[in-house]
Design a protein around this ligand. Structure first.
Ligand code: ZN
Length: 327
């Protein structure tokens, strides 16, 4: 991506320092309970952002999708795009751990799912592509799907990423900077490598995964802003996509997410239809461990109709060059 190794290394060192400082700050300021498990179904409030005003700039370190044979033409206010929600890609280590089992898609099942997506003409895209669709009137490839991975587990890097790379599939990793380098989690260097790959978009999943609905305004803002700032320092470009820990949100949390500068945010509410006004409460489709491939396909629902006649060359999404990084 044209950045020198030396500059990258310096950036990494700076980022590591920032991360430590932020984690310490949050630990003392927030004293939040760590909700490590990402499970449970939550009937969180489906508060929606009430202002359509947005940063009109589209940011992404990831190249636009290659031209498709058919496309979803821009201009539709509401489109069906399944945002698949993964956690672990592993064999669940404890057979008695039902939640762990449910959250763990085996490497074999995951590879099979990716093969089926490829064979079925699906095109994995990222949030930058959805932002470009709604904001910049760029088309989407036919049968778009977003593969999201929560929590920054190391098996994403070790198991899922090589499979994605084999297919040239894009994916979104929602990472938790306060957990970088802990056992079972990716390191900052691995996250940086994913970002450099051009196929993985990094989003924030807070500093240390608290239940945001239980935080006072100060600690809430720290979780949203410090995680974003840490990732931007590490990666050297804006980070504008967010995922609510354990899908917990309410109107105050959504307002804080908007104020922190995020352009999209995903929940654990089920659904596949998305519009720009509800971009801070986008629904997802959870992929459960042990799910049969027929069930997997059924949950993708009916694909958004594509249109062959409107084929045109997708314009590259403006990259991070020249865009400023928040402090
Ligand atoms: Zn999570």
């Amino acid at each position: 991506m044209g950045r020198s190794q030396g500059s990258r290394r310096r950036k990494l060192l700076v980022a590591a320092g920032v991360t430590v400082a932020i984690v310490l700050t949050v630990a003392s300021a927030a004293a939040v309970g760590l909700r490590m498990n990402a499970g449970g179904s939550h009937q969180a409030g489906t508060a929606q952002p009430d202002r359509p005003s947005e940063e009109s700039r589209v940011v992404s370190p990831i190249p636009a999708s290659p031209p498709a044979q058919s496309v979803i033409p821009p201009g539709r206010a509401r489109i069906s795009v399944p945002l698949l929600e993964y956690h672990y890609v592993r064999v669940n280590p404890d057979p008695r751990d039902r939640l762990g089992f449910q959250l763990s898609v085996t490497p074999g099942d995951f590879a099979g799912q990716m093969d089926k997506l490829a064979g079925g003409g699906y095109h994995p895209i990222v949030m930058a592509d959805l932002r470009a669709y709604f904001l910049a009137r760029e088309p989407l490839p036919a049968r778009p799907v977003v593969l999201t991975f929560d929590d920054g587990y190391v098996d994403f890097f070790q198991v899922a990423y090589p499979i994605l790379k084999k297919h040239g599939f894009k994916a979104v990793a929602y990472v938790v900077p306060g957990f970088f380098g802990r056992p079972g989690y990716m390191t900052a260097a691995q996250v940086q490598q994913l970002d450099d790959s051009g196929i993985v978009e990094i989003g924030s999943h807070t500093v240390n995964h608290p239940d945001l609905t239980k935080l006072q305004p100060g600690p809430l803002d720290v979780q949203l802003q410090a995680s974003r700032a840490t990732l931007e320092q590490l990666l050297g470009h804006p980070v504008v996509d967010f995922c609510y820990p354990s899908g917990r949100l309410n109107a105050q949390v959504v307002a804080a997410v908007a104020a922190a500068g995020y352009q999209t945010a995903t929940t654990e509410q089920p659904g596949t239809e998305h519009s720009w006004p509800d971009r801070l409460a986008w629904t997802r489709v959870r992929v459960d461990g042990g799910e049969r491939i027929s069930d997997f396909f059924a949950r993708l629902r009916t694909p958004e109709p594509a249109d062959v006649s409107t084929l045109r060359s997708p314009t590259a999404i403006p990259g991070p060059s020249g865009s400023s990084v928040s402090p």
